[in-house]
Design a protein around this ligand. Sequence first.
Ligand SMILES: NC(=O)c1ccc[n+]([C@@H]2O[C@H](COP(=O)([O-])OP(=O)(O)OC[C@H]3O[C@@H](n4cnc5c(N)ncnc54)[C@H](OP(=O)(O)O)[C@@H]3O)[C@@H](O)[C@H]2O)c1
Length: 290
Amino acid sequence: MRLKQAVVALAAKILASGHALRQIWTKGGFVPVRLCAVEASNRLEGKRVLVTGGSAGIGYAIAKKCAEEGAVVAITGRSPDRLAAAVTSALPDQLHSVVWDVADLSLVSSRLDEITTLLGGEPDILVNNAGILGGHHSVLELDEARWEQVMSTNLKGLTFLTAELCRRWLRQDHKAKILNISSMRGQLGVKDGPYGMSKWALDGFTRGLGLEMAPRGIIVNGIAPGVVATESITVKNVDVESNAFFRSAPLGRLCAPFEVAELAVFMLSGAADYMVGQTIVFDGGYSLKN
Ligand SMILES: NC(=O)c1ccc[n+]([C@@H]2O[C@H](COP(=O)([O-])OP(=O)(O)OC[C@H]3O[C@@H](n4cnc5c(N)ncnc54)[C@H](OP(=O)(O)O)[C@@H]3O)[C@@H](O)[C@H]2O)c1
């Protein structure tokens, strides 16, 4: 019996090292990662959450984690199919979806009304996550149309949605939280075109709004992730649980969307109520290199 177990263990080791060698051969390196989660303990029980851009990537991971912690969640996005798939694959009883391009300011009021109905009341938490990359360009090569598109999604839409929701909250003396998903690019100065500019500005918005709203019961903070394994990054088709290898990051690996969601839920929970106007850099040390 013991011999059989030893043979099985040896076979598993050989198979595992075969996987590692294959990964090194095909991807240039192998970094296995054991992702740790705080066990769900209803930290957001009874909360109503709105996550923009919640059908994929970081937004989806945050929406799912919020639902696991007891919240009802509305997710938005431009593609109805992606939204429907996200709802089905998370916790369908707690997730609602609304088709909404956040760059379209004319929809802010009506979409918020719709979301309020779906959630059974005004959201208590807004996660401003929807965002797009704009390519990495020198300022000398900036394209006006691209600049407009990135700024409208990452900054303008976010600002006017936030302002409208804050007005609604203040009218009802509603205690609430906002979490802005920024980027480590916002820490690096404006060296890669509109994306970095939008995130740099967002971090300033988080500080200013955080200060203005704190005395009125609205807590505003942000997260600046590093390179996260989602569809929007250039390193495509990465399954972080199989191999998170990423040479450029000081930790030698990519971040999983799930890891950002863990931090997000902590910041949205009562345990982080004393944090105001901060953007927490969560980039595996990447921005320290620059
Ligand atoms: N991945 C990274 O390495 C990384 C690093 C730092 C910061 N971030 C930030 O994290 C956020 C999410 O990034 P991600 O990598 O998770 O992106 P992603 O995988 O591309 O997902 C983006 C989500 O936002 C939605 N979306 C895009 N444009 C939208 C719009 N105009 N209106 C409404 N929804 C929109 C997408 O759905 P539709 O396409 O159907 O609209 C999708 O649900 C962004 O703000 C990004 O800047 C990402």
